[in-house]
Ligand binder design. Structure first.
Ligand SMILES: Nc1ncnc2c1ncn2[C@@H]1O[C@H](COP(=O)(O)OP(=O)(O)OP(=O)(O)O)[C@@H](O)[C@H]1O
Ligand SMILES: [Mg+2]
Length: 183
């Protein structure tokens, strides 16, 4: 749910390329969402991590980032955000949100159905280039919709058969490395 929400923020920020990078080791997991959207100013960034920081009343209270931060911090991990606004860096703007989780912590909640998350995102925004990479120790599960598009030609990414194919493509990769992605 967290990944879905954070990636939706990137969609709303007008990104046309969004990377979801998971790096998993025996004891820790990092989740990074990298976009080339409009970015956030330093002042905005300071406020955005705390929903109850009401120094500015113009902003509606969002919960996506605070909840992601809370989930990470509950495991003794942390959330970091690096962002460049389109105004300050017209050539190289966007946001990177990274969360570190300690998997053995009692408050670590499992990843959940990551394949469905990725499929839902692609289906909802088929025109965005989605890059997914999940490294588990020395193995990697990955998908780049740009490579798919090259093969598909005029067939859209949200075509039902294409979506089913993407789902099984990812599931096969997880099966091959013996990763039980639900638990
Ligand atoms: N990747 C991003 N790029 C640019 N702005 C962002 C990005 N992520 C978040 N923001 C800004 O930060 C605000 C807060 O995000 P957050 O996810 O916490 O709440 P929200 O999206 O406003 O509401 P909610 O997620 O609860 O529906 C967003 O409204 C948006 O203005
Ligand atoms: Mg949000």
């Amino acid at each position: 749910m967290n990944i879905l929400d954070i990636a939706q923020n990137s969609v709303k920020a007008g990104a046309d390329k969004i990377e979801i990078i998971l790096n998993e080791m025996p004891e820790k997991l990092t989740i990074s969402i990298v976009d080339n959207g409009c970015g956030m100013s330093e002042e905005f960034l300071r406020n955005v991590q705390d929903p109850f920081c009401t120094t500015r009343t113009t902003r509606k209270v969002g919960m996506g980032i605070p909840l992601f931060k809370l989930a990470a911090e509950q495991t003794q991990g942390e959330l970091t955000i690096v962002s460049k606004t389109i105004e300050d860096s017209p050539e190289d703007h966007g946001t990177t949100i990274s969360a570190l989780f300690f998997k053995n912590h009692i408050d670590f909640t499992v990843l959940g159905d990551i394949v469905s998350t990725v499929v839902t995102l692609i289906q909802g925004s088929p025109d965005i280039r989605w890059i997914f990479s999940h490294t588990i120790d020395e193995n990697e599960v990955c998908l780049d919709t740009e490579e798919l598009k090259a093969v598909l030609g005029d067939v859209p990414l949200d075509n039902f058969e294409v979506i089913c194919w993407i789902k099984s493509y990812l599931e096969e990769q997880y099966n091959e490395i013996g990763y039980d992605q639900i638990s």
